[in-house]
Design a protein around this ligand. Sequence first.
Ligand code: NAD
Length: 265
Amino acid sequence: MDDLERLADEIADADTVVALTGAGISAPSGVPTFRGDDGVWARFDEGQFTYGRFQRDPAGFWRDRLELYETMFGDGFEPNPAHEALAALARDGHLEAILTQNTDGLHARAAETVADGDENASNQSGAELLELHGNAHRVRCVQCGRRKPNEPILERVRDGDVPPRCECGGVFKPDVVLFGEQLSPATLPRSRSLARESGVFLAIGSSLFVEPAASLPRQAAQTGGTVGIVNLEETERDRDASVVVRGDVVDLLPRLQGLVVDDEH
Ligand code: NAD
């Protein structure tokens, strides 16, 4: 039995399976990762996208943010077979929750795609989705908290209306967690309790470098969960894993999902 088959067996037998995903799951959709040779930090200065910069210089921040957003998401992008494999596991009751570091909204879109293709799907998603770092396709007013889709706001930034302001006069901020900013208060405890409850905890396409992702696999392992890491390369937390599978998510996750389905029969 190879490592992927072992992982599939554990998933089929587990009461609670939780997946944590990072930028690597969306790389095959054409969304660049942050780090690495092709990562956006090879082209942009990471220091310009901090919460401190946003507070000091919101107009300059928004001009740079527009360029970053267009580089990351500008070409249009779709969920790939790895997102769809997780959505299928969730639809079939094998995945309790997806915790994602990604802000691209692709897990929610994959859940819709998979449900659309299945006339018997009673549940649109099947899994709880926690977007740990928010959603880049929305903005939020720092004063009144109102959320809006970001495209009309980006259009205003393109026209030189910076920083974009809400009807209440407050400045809009991308609805994402910037460097130096706290995660939303409810997100962290929920992620930790899901990690601790999990019989299988999968960490997929994440370097596991940034908190809280960095500590979640260890928390899952400490409470007896099987930790499976799926990544092209070595990660910071491979030592916490029971199973490490190296390879491309678009190859591995559909195979993993197929093996779980086979295990059922
Ligand atoms: P990262 O850029 O640090 O690491 C990406 C990881 O994915 C690497 O370990 C790499 O080996 C792996 N990877 C790349 N392509 C892969 C593939 N095809 N198959 C398997 N593995 C692959 O990203 P991160 O650890 O997710 O975290 C950094 C931060 O980046 C997060 O806070 C997140 O908010 C942000 N981010 C999000 C997006 C997005 O929304 N799609 C994109 C870039 C960065």
